[in-house]
Ligand binder design. Structure first.
Ligand SMILES: Nc1nc2c(ncn2[C@@H]2O[C@H](COP(=O)(O)OP(=O)(O)OP(=O)(O)O)[C@@H](O)[C@H]2O)c(=O)[nH]1
Ligand SMILES: [Mg+2]
Length: 389
């Protein structure tokens, strides 16, 4: 005998995070009262249909099964680190690898505008700390000051670019760039300065892959992407790392399967954008320690990418690691890397180890992807082990 039609409400209990199906045989005009009752009991309505009891139960069960399967395949990776560590660059490399997108002409032009803005910002920061009094050519100094007082959003002409090029040619400016400084300059300043004339030449500009990676847009809020990397769906969340952004992190701490922490290796010789009295490596260690010792992440594997190896190598030729860590007495890049890795390992909560670490230059695709693939395998293996238990 066919069962009488009934209302079925598939609900999620928010408090228990469990799915269930509620059936009621009320008259259609009373049904809204049942829905309201379910909502005020803390449930979220998933489906609400009038159908035969048997059919509805089967279809809801099928829906819940497929949802559960999908949830099993989804791996949530939260990317953390201090400002300018390279989080978005890492995520961009992963996205370019698994979901490459053709750039439209308007995206290329937008990118050029951002690069010019980055260049002018870097130049202004540099020259705020430059003493023009020794430069004899007054006409040039006047023109330079006009360029430097412009809003960073103003378009830059080829004439402006030539003046900036001449400024960069001054020995005193070169020296200022080369020496260790206690004021903030973006890490990619040299890249912008080296390519300044190309960025400003609107007619002949064609964007390189490196331009896309080196252009800097501070992340505010969150940038979440979903990528299918068989057999899993990766939900990668990239957040802003500057102090004002870190307050928002806690919103993303729920249901995380793994954390990827990015460290800017070259930060040992730099100060923070937000507070020029603080060394960037010290800031990064403090942020890492807060995450590593957060009880919310008790069982969440924590991976580290020690990033900007290229910049670290070139900076080490000028500034010894002991300027940041007095106790350091090693020699060469390998010793320096091992020392920094040890420093971060020592910040882990007692009884826990870093799940894995890689030394990379996120500006280079292959090593970033190899490191990512490595951690994906480890995360998947851990998940398999957990499901066996
Ligand atoms: N030389 C060098 N530059 C890098 C590398 N990785 C990233 N960068 C540059 O460092 C700058 C900052 O990188 P982002 O990826 O924006 O840093 P972020 O951690 O997302 O910064 P916030 O969004 O402010 O938290 C950009 O200009 C990147 O191009 C690297 O391996 N080497
Ligand atoms: Mg970012």
């Amino acid at each position: 005998r066919a069962l009488p039609p009934t209302w079925s409400i598939a609900v999620i209990s928010l408090s228990f995070k469990a799915y269930s199906t509620v059936h009621c045989c009320c008259a259609p005009e009373d049904h809204n009262t049942c829905i309201q009752a379910a909502i005020s009991a803390g449930h979220q309505i998933l489906a609400n249909t009038l159908t035969s009891f048997a059919t509805e139960t089967m279809s809801i069960n099928r829906y819940l099964e497929s949802e559960a399967k999908e949830q099993e395949q989804v791996i949530r990776l939260l990317v953390l680190g201090a400002g300018e560590a390279g989080k978005s660059t890492v995520v961009r490399q992963i996205q370019n690898k698994y979901e490459p997108k053709e750039l439209t002409p308007s995206a290329i032009e937008h990118n050029r505008t951002v690069l010019m803005r980055n260049t002018v910002d870097a130049m202004q920061l540099l020259l705020q700390n430059f003493d023009f009094s020794d430069v004899k050519d007054e006409e040039f100094v006047g023109a330079a000051k006009v360029v430097l007082e412009r809003e960073s959003t103003d378009p830059i002409t080829m004439e402006d670019a030539e003046i900036m090029h001449r400024i960069l040619d001054l020995d005193a400016v070169k020296e200022l760039l080369e020496t260790e400084h206690d004021f903030y300059v973006p890490d990619s300043a040299s890249y912008y300065f080296d390519n300044l004339m190309r960025f400003c030449d609107a007619e002949h500009f064609s964007s390189t892959e490196e331009d896309l990676l080196m252009c800097r847009v501070r992340t505010t809020g969150v940038n979440s992407i979903n990528l299918t990397v068989p057999p899993s769906i990766w939900q990668i969340t990239d957040v802003g790392g500057q102090r004002s952004e870190r307050r928002k992190w806690v919103k993303f701490f729920d249901n995380v399967d793994a954390i990827l922490f990015i460290v800017n290796l070259a930060g040992y010789a730099k100060v923070c954008f937000e507070d020029q009295s603080v060394n960037r490596m010290e800031e990064s260690m403090k942020v890492f320690s807060d995450i590593a010792n957060n009880p919310l992440f008790g069982k969440v594997p924590l991976y580290i990418f020690f990033n900007k190896k290229d910049l670290f190598e070139s900076t080490l030729r000028r500034v010894d690691l002991s300027t940041c860590f007095e106790e350091y007495s090693g020699d060469g890049v390998q010793d320096a890397i091992a020392f920094v890795v040890d420093k971060f390992s020592s910040l882990m909560r007692s009884g826990c180890d870093i799940a894995g670490h890689h030394v990379v230059s996120a500006r280079f695709r292959r090593e970033t992807i190899n490191a990512f693939v490595d951690i994906t395998k480890d995360i998947q293996a851990r998940r398999k082990d957990k499901s066996k238990k």
